[in-house]
Design a protein around this ligand. Structure first.
Ligand SMILES: [Zn+2]
Length: 490
């Protein structure tokens, strides 16, 4: 069984692992995932899946699992890790205790070879082997619970609202921990037979994705900062370090395979961007083509799509969510709003004002306001319930920090709820990645013309990790994004 980091082949990793590999130091134990950690991971797994839009099914998931298994084996953790592809378009990868490792389909979209994906998985396995995750996880869970949770007990919903949306859940590792995970990951690439130079290529691709997100500016602020860059700080120095570490293996760039064609065959057909089943978030707007509803939050709001609800965070610490449900048989909006308020408040004491019945954009609505009693003062809670027709209701639940400086923003949010016309709904189509072969005569322009999206040229370059000046060679394969055929992703 190889030692982690392959001390014999990787001088830089060896230097970092000197305590484990040096003659005088005690021999390093083989890596191992404890039963206790597996238990923690298994317990969190369903919650993390739910927050990330669930597991993405099919061949792509099996591929991630298979490749992850090979990398875990290269790290000496054969059969001890669980790799999951999640149905989120946020670019992210992370590991939690117990060696549960998650990769989003958003990350899969920007990867261009099997070795690059292996480098991401190897980096995450590296965090596990070096036991970074346990320490970080505990700290960030405290932070995630947030300030309001301290003053409010008895309501899981309020606690959840107070917390950060899990998709933006960050594990802040120290710079040295990132370097160590990079070095370990590069060792696993070599051990698994992949080109170690792919790691620097992957970091470069992530840096270009970041530049694309900032440059395109069409999406919400939180998404313009890629997760990878937040949880794994990405710097030019880190990319250079990965290059140096690959050079230090003594394996020439390209001497071991990257398996780009195999990778591209796997991602052909992968869902790209929002999943229509969860609705489409575009900047501050949300639209659901199946439910036929939408809203637009006022300036300063950030929306995050998750399968249960749309999380909203607004100016001045406003937080909330948008969701929907069935109108109880024989009940009206009052019943729906009251049940919701009971669920939100739990046993928390609150002063509830009489409900307000209004019509918003032709839709019957009911507004409930309450002052929730907390240790830090009265927290304003606002609920808006809408009759979406066909026995379906929709709602916002918003909480604000003590004081009511946010009432106007909340009112504007509620007023933006509307039903979608058939034409509006029809325009919201899922997109997928298609791998196409470049034909003679194809140019950046002809491929751009085949792309669906708001920034086709920049996205084409970003997804294929290309520069505009690099000529296209007939026969080479590139990823494009197209509208899915109707019904293709159902
Ligand atoms: Zn990391």
């Amino acid at each position: 069984m190889p030692l982690p980091g392959s001390c014999r082949t990787l001088p830089i990793a060896a230097a970092l692992l000197l305590a484990g590999c040096g003659g005088a130091a005690p021999e390093q134990e083989a890596p191992h995932v404890s039963e206790a950690d597996r238990g923690i991971g298994a317990e969190q797994h369903p919650q993390l899946l739910a927050e990330f839009g669930g597991a993405y099914p099919g061949e792509e998931a099996q591929y991630v699992s298979r490749l992850g298994g090979n990398i875990a084996a290269a790290a000496g953790l054969e059969g001890q890790c669980t790799f999951t592809l999640v149905n989120s378009d946020v670019v992210n990868a992370f590991a939690v205790p117990g060696c549960y490792i998650y990769v989003t389909r958003g990350l899969m979209a920007i990867v261009t070879s099997e070795a690059q994906l292996a480098s991401v998985l190897g980096h995450e396995v590296g965090h596990i082997v070096a036991a970074h995750s346990q320490r970080q996880q505990r700290r960030s869970l405290w932070r995630t619970l947030g300030v309001i949770a301290v003053g409010l007990t008895g309501s899981q919903t309020l606690t959840r609202l107070a917390g950060e949306a899990a998709q933006f859940f960050t594990l802040r590792y120290s710079r040295n921990q990132e370097y160590q995970a990079d070095d370990l990951g590069i060792g696993y690439l070599v051990e698994a037979g992949y080109d170690p130079h792919a790691a620097a290529g992957m970091l470069g691709a992530l840096a270009r994705q970041e530049a694309f997100m900032v440059g395109s500016g069409g999406r919400d602020v939180a998404r313009s900062i890629p997760e990878w860059a937040r949880s794994h700080p990405l710097t030019a120095h880190r990319i250079q370090r990965a290059r140096d570490a690959a050079d230090a293996t003594g394996i020439a760039d390209g001497a071991l395979p990257e398996n780009a064609p195999a990778y591209l065959a796997e991602v052909d057909g992968l869902l790209y961007g929002d999943d229509p089943a969860q609705g489409f978030v575009s900047g501050r707007r949300f639209a659901h083509p199946i439910m036929r509803i939408g809203f637009e939050a006022p300036a300063g709001f950030t929306l995050t799509n998750s399968p249960q609800a749309i999380r909203l965070s607004g100016p001045g610490g406003l937080r909330g969510e948008f969701g929907g449900g069935a109108l109880p048989a024989g009940s009206d909006l009052d019943g729906y709003a009251e049940a919701l308020a009971r669920q939100v408040l739990g046993d928390t004491p609150a002063a509830i004002a009489p409900p307000q019945r209004i019509v918003i954009n032709g839709v019957r609505a009911l507004i409930l306001s309450a002052d929730v009693t907390t240790q830090s003062g009265a927290v304003p809670l606002s609920i808006a319930a809408f009759d979406g027709g066909g026995g379906r209701a929709f709602h916002f639940v918003m909480i604000a920090p003590p004081g009511d400086g946010n009432a106007a923003a909340v009112a504007a949010l509620f007023r933006s709820f509307h039903l979608l016309s058939e034409a509006e709904a029809a325009r919201l189509r899922p997109r997928v990645i298609r791998v196409v072969q470049v034909r003679s005569g194809d140019t950046l322009e002809t491929l751009t013309a085949a792309m669906a999206g708001d920034h086709p040229r920049a996205e084409l370059l970003m997804l294929n990790d290309r520069r505009a000046e690099t000529p296209l060679r007939p026969g080479e394969r590139v990823k494009i994004v197209t509208n899915a055929a109707p019904g293709a992703t159902d």
